[in-house]
Write a protein that binds this ligand. Structure first.
Ligand code: ZN
Length: 81
């Protein structure tokens, strides 16, 4: 179940919303001011992913650099040896 983070454009409150179903249309409102204007916030800490357990396999790390932008870093262990 994906958890998305939002920032209220009215008061700046940060809050998380859990989506049971990604196709679900949800009515979101700010817990602070009940505002209905938001921007989506991409968490900088929870989107780090490592693929490949063996040392000989490339390690792919995905991280978010800024909201709306996604940077992908591919590490190749031992590539230059
Ligand atoms: Zn608000």
């Amino acid at each position: 179940m994906p958890i998305f983070e939002f920032r209220c454009l009215d008061c700046g409150e940060l809050f998380e919303k859990l989506f049971i179903n990604s196709n679900e249309e949800v009515d979101i409102e700010c817990p602070e001011c009940s505002g209905k204007s938001f921007e989506r916030v991409v968490s900088r800490t929870s989107h780090v992913m490592a693929i490949g357990a063996g040392a000989s396999k490339p390690k792919i790390t995905t991280k978010s650099c800024a909201p709306g932008n996604q940077c992908t870093t591919i590490d190749l262990p031992g590539y230059s040896k």
